[in-house]
Design a protein around this ligand. Structure first.
Ligand code: LRH
Ligand code: MN
Length: 430
């Protein structure tokens, strides 16, 4: 029998924190009431919010230089689902897992689905992978995949994506996320226009194979691993492709995939207007695609993205139904703690942006009252909504203080005993 955290243990931990929470919640309630905000409405929104965790995020991540596995590393996707289960059990805001193929390939997908269900989890968008050569693969993706100059290699990559759709159907997913590393490192290495044409031809085959209620999420990225040109490098290329493909194709925004200081919230506003916002890969970064914990470097940027999302939600923007997913690499922290905290920071940005009275903001903007508008937005960002987030967890039988409860449970220590060290330290993101 493997170790799991009991509901009684969480309850016992919560009883130590309930009185302080009640006090903080009441105080915040009074503060918000003076601002015409009903704290119960905010708690209901927090309880309704959900973000997916990446299956690949519960193992220790690495860089091209090295990866330093921690104790009790998940050995396979079933271990990963157990760890995703703990993140949801304590935080109560991550009911779905986004799988990655072939990293999560198994023989019996209904067994995997049942395993997830045993943790109240379901599967979100499936990620294909034609940026690595899988074991036994005939043709290499060294020089590209869906846009490779060789038709055989493109066909192999298309076939892989069709296989991902089949796996997703078995897992109950309804979307395929396609990020490709295709690009070049030298001017003259590839024809920039022809590469995009090849991308469109390959995506057309994938798009036409999508089941009726499915979507394909196109993920753009400025650079890495290609360092001169990347075929789908920005939202413009992604939007062009999604528009040519059709209504089932939308643009996925990974926060780390832009040049430093890019106004990502405006890209989000544009994609919402065009009904082409697929959703997000949330993370944070200071320089490149650092895949750091959401809200850990620039929480104001995350908040400003949610300011656009909540505005769209409340004005009932047509076609607005983004998929919220985390995509991070946990190189120096316990991945479970990082994902609990990151989901909390994403939920925090959603609640903070919900504090803004949109009618009042529109009125001051109509008056070109510059600081008036800024102060309304800033006031929401500087409001500590922690009691709302903790109360939402308590009401959903989660942990008032999930990180402290996780540490007190000794879950990682138990997993270190149950999961013998694979001892295979390698380089790379997983
Ligand atoms: C590419 C990316 C993509 C995933 C991978 C793990 O940088 O963001 O979404 O497939 O990370
Ligand atoms: Mn991503």
């Amino acid at each position: 029998m493997t170790f799991s955290i009991s509901a009684d243990f969480i309850g016992a931990q919560n009883r130590k924190a309930e009185a302080a929470l009640a006090e903080d919640y009441a105080a915040l309630g009074r503060q918000l009431e003076r601002r015409g905000v009903d704290i119960e409405k905010m708690t209901a929104r927090a309880m309704a919010y959900a973000v997916a965790v990446p299956s690949w995020g519960v193992g220790t991540g690495g860089t091209r230089f090295a990866r330093f596995p921690g104790p009790g590393e998940p050995r396979n996707v079933f271990d990963k689902i157990d760890d995703c289960g703990v993140i949801h059990q304590l935080g109560r805001v991550t009911p779905t897992v986004s799988p990655h193929i072939p990293w999560d390939k198994v023989d019996d997908y209904s067994a995997l689905r049942q395993k997830a269900a045993s943790h109240d989890l379901t599967f979100d968008a499936v990620n294909s992978n034609s940026f690595q050569d899988a074991k036994g693969q005939k043709l290499s993706y060294k020089f590209g995949s869906l846009t490779h100059a060789d038709p055989g290699t493109r066909a192999q990559a298309v076939e892989h994506n069709l296989e991902c759709i089949e796996i997703g159907r078995k897992l109950g997913s309804s979307a395929l996320t396609v990020w490709i590393a295709d690009g070049s490192n030298f001017p003259g290495q590839s024809n920039l226009n022809a590469a995009f044409d090849r991308y469109m031809a390959s995506l057309r085959e994938i798009y036409d194979a999508l089941p009726k209620d499915w979507s394909v999420f196109l993920e753009h990225k400025l650079y890495e691993p290609a360092f001169y040109s990347t075929v789908i490098s920005d939202w413009g290329s992604s939007f062009m492709a999604a528009s040519e493909l059709g209504p089932k194709a939308k643009c996925l925004v990974d926060l780390g995939h832009h040049a430093p200081n890019t106004n990502i919230e405006q890209i989000v506003a544009r994609l919402i207007r065009a009904q082409k916002l697929a959703g997000f890969h949330f993370n944070d970064s200071k320089y490149g695609d650092d895949d750091l914990d959401s809200g850990s470097v620039d929480p104001f940027r995350l908040f400003l993205v949610f300011n656009e999302l909540v505005d769209a939600e409340l004005r009932k923007a047509p076609g607005f139904n983004p998929a919220y997913m985390i995509d991070q690499s946990h190189n120096v922290t316990d991945p479970i703690e990082s994902l609990i905290q990151s989901a909390n920071e994403i939920q925090r940005a959603y609640v903070q942006a919900s504090l803004i009275d949109r009618a009042v903001l529109a009125a001051v903007q109509a008056e070109s009252d510059v600081l008036g508008g800024h102060l309304l937005v800033k006031q929401a960002f500087v409001t500590d909504v922690s009691p709302v987030l903790a109360e939402a967890r308590r009401r959903k039988s989660g942990a008032i203080d999930p990180i402290a409860t996780y540490r007190a449970s000794g879950y990682r220590r138990h997993k270190a005993e149950e999961r013998p060290d694979s001892g295979t330290a390698s380089a790379g993101i997983v």
